[in-house]
Design a protein around this ligand. Sequence first.
Ligand SMILES: Cc1cc2nc3c(=O)[nH]c(=O)nc-3n(C[C@H](O)[C@H](O)[C@H](O)COP(=O)(O)O)c2cc1C
Length: 346
Amino acid sequence: MDLSTNYLGLKLKNPLMPGASPLVDDIDVVRALEDAGASAIVMHSLFEEQITQEQVAEFAHTEGPAESFAEATSYFPAMTDYSLGPERYLRQIERIKETTDLPVIGSLNGVSPGGWSHYAKYIEQAGADALEINVYYVATDPREPGNEVEARTLNILKDVKKSVSIPVAVKLSPFFSSPAHFAMQLDAAGAAGVVLFNRFYQPDIDIEELAATPHLELSRSPELRLRLRWAAILHGNLKGDIAVSGGVHTMEDVIKSIMAGASGVQLVSALLRKGPSHLGYLLAQLRSWMEEHEYASVEQMRGSMSLRKCPDPSAFERANYLKVLQLWKVDAHKREGWPGPVEPRA
Ligand SMILES: Cc1cc2nc3c(=O)[nH]c(=O)nc-3n(C[C@H](O)[C@H](O)[C@H](O)COP(=O)(O)O)c2cc1C
């Protein structure tokens, strides 16, 4: 049984890897992930704000009066709010490379064009085999048109690609008018892959305190469907690879991701909930499911349910929307009474 996959120019023993998260901060956890069978490690992000803060600190140290430094740095979260600062981040990549045999995918996270993206070079020099860039940008200015938001990410990709020779993937947001077209533009600009998708942490409103409160909830399997749809739409349209990130919890989720077209399947919430050994459990289940269903390789399965190949592509398209809405019959509720069922009633 051949579980191997090619992702970002790397030959990986299987598609399963931990996605960007603090799991990489502890070397024992990284070792446990390797023991469980992870095929690569995605670092959590190094943020533009951390890099800029370090640059401000260096500048203040050499050029500026102490007060202006204090004022400038107060705009940013304290360095200690992040688990690994830029220097320690690079040392952690080196340490993972020394201690394990795992390919390491670095992660850079920022939104503005400019200086911080040169850090990609340091990540490469520290030993990263590939790099993920995450442009976690919330377009809050209603005057900013969509094409400028897209250009921002494209320019960051181009800047980063100028400083490194390792493959660079882009972790995408689902909130583009045409995510598939944008992914193809990134592909044409040399992205070695796209990671579907960024998960935006939505603030809530505290109605008593009149405050917007940040919320980070771990995902559940239903979130995978957004990724499945776009992986299925994109499969066969890109030179680069597709990774799925978001809502992968079970062996079925892994199989669906591959069938939709993913070469890489990233897990975070599932591993934070159940620990590194869950990855091994999923791999064992994947193997026996493939055996039972007579698949010889992951390659054979990849993209078999993509938009181009699946027997009923309308499920990914508008036609599906009409069908799904019609499943709910108000008549049936009236007849049989409320509260209604959780599942549609014909
Ligand atoms: C605690 C935590 C920290 C994360 N840190 C990062 C990060 O540094 N960079 C990044 O690109 N994504 C980060 N993510 C997002 C994950 O990589 C992933 O895309 C998201 O959690 C969806 O996958 P999941 O459903 O498997 O959790 C983080 C997620 C969590 C829960």
